[in-house]
Write a protein that binds this ligand. Structure first.
Ligand SMILES: [Zn+2]
Length: 339
């Protein structure tokens, strides 16, 4: 197994080759990475040693029923993880150390699957042996070959190669995307989320704020955000067709710094005019039919009016305001052109 080397390491640790947010270092592969000693067989450690039982005695007080424990009906790893996170017993999903442990284990499984796949798909006659691997490393040829190894490891650039080419194919076949829709939760004022988290964690004292509950129970938060997004997608693609009849769509989930997920969605609308092909009038008519800047009367529609005020109204801040020099004066203006 390949890992990154640090001068202080006695045992080489199991990290992904590039730290995900780090710029690539220009050094020879052999300077950056080392092969782990084979006899350690680190990939199987989780399985053989039942590390979850040993690391988390407070979750497994009887040292039983861990991920790799014997059981009558065999569970796949993902089935096991799901059953832990969805369990009535909230201590698993509320232990962030355990969540990261499961993530790490799942990353290793993805890498292992990638390596097996790589070894199996290579031409049988040039099968990748340890010596061949070392030769590739020394000749700086290994990195170019890592695509298939990392393809299953979420959020590596190799992982995104497939979805990206899918989108490119969709654009080629279905034409330009009609709407780019971003859905982001406003968790601070989201009563349903607050209600759900209190319901799920009824043993938590009442004084806690919504954001406290979110960090306490990130799994339940993710579940409700996911459910709400799917419900929104169902509505958008339903026969009520609020944005027009959706012929195709694609979406991607992202996490931002504050840790909550948001969704980017591409929608292809049937019969949508295309800028440059259709007349300006047709484009304007389509947009006017679908999008409005009208704000409903706050007396008749208090809720929607309040939401528009809160979420759909641009308020200037240091990010959008730019100072521009016009002649002798310095004027600051909004980079998005809002008055
Ligand atoms: Zn602004």
């Amino acid at each position: 197994m390949l890992s990154q080397r640090s001068p202080s390491d006695e045992y080489y640790q199991q990290f992904t080759i590039h730290c995900l947010n780090e710029p690539r270092k220009n050094a020879k592969d052999t300077e950056l990475y080392q092969m782990l000693r084979i006899e350690n067989d680190p990939i199987n450690n989780f399985e053989d040693l039942q590390l979850d039982l040993k690391f988390f005695p407070h979750l497994f007080p009887y040292a039983k029923n861990g991920q790799y424990s014997e059981r009558k009906i065999k569970l796949t790893s993902s089935e096991f993880v799901k059953s832990q996170l969805m369990s009535m017993n909230s201590s698993f999903r509320k232990d962030s150390q355990y969540l990261f442990f499961l993530l790490h284990e799942s990353n290793l499984r993805a890498l292992k699957a990638g390596i097996y796949h790589k070894l199996n798909t290579i031409n049988m006659r040039t099968k990748l042996t340890a010596s061949k691997c070392l030769e590739l490393l020394n000749n700086n040829e290994l990195e170019g070959n890592l695509t298939t190894i990392f393809a299953k490891l979420r959020n590596t650039s190799q992982y995104w190669l497939n979805p990206r080419s899918d989108i490119e194919t969709m654009i080629t076949w279905y034409g330009p995307v009609t709407f780019f829709l971003t859905l982001s939760p406003g968790e601070y004022n989201w009563q349903r989320l607050d209600f759900y988290l209190r319901e799920m964690n009824s043993n938590v004292e009442n004084g806690k704020s919504t954001s406290n509950l979110i960090s306490l129970d990130s799994v339940s938060t993710s579940r409700i955000v996911d459910n709400e997004f799917k419900a929104m997608l169902d509505f958008i693609t339903s026969k009520d067709a609020p944005l027009g009849k959706v012929s195709h769509y694609a979406w991607r989930r992202e996490y931002q710094t504050r840790g909550l997920q948001h969704f980017h969605t591409l929608l292809w609308i049937e019969g949508a005019p295309i800028i440059g092909e259709n007349t300006t009038d047709e484009v304007v008519k389509f947009i006017s039919n679908t999008i409005t800047c009208h704000k409903p009367n706050e007396h008749d529609f208090p809720t929607i009016s309040e939401r528009i005020e809160m979420y759909q109204t641009h308020k200037h801040n240091s990010y959008c305001m730019r100072s521009k020099k016009t002649g002798t004066r310095i004027v600051s203006s909004c980079r998005f052109g809002f008055p």
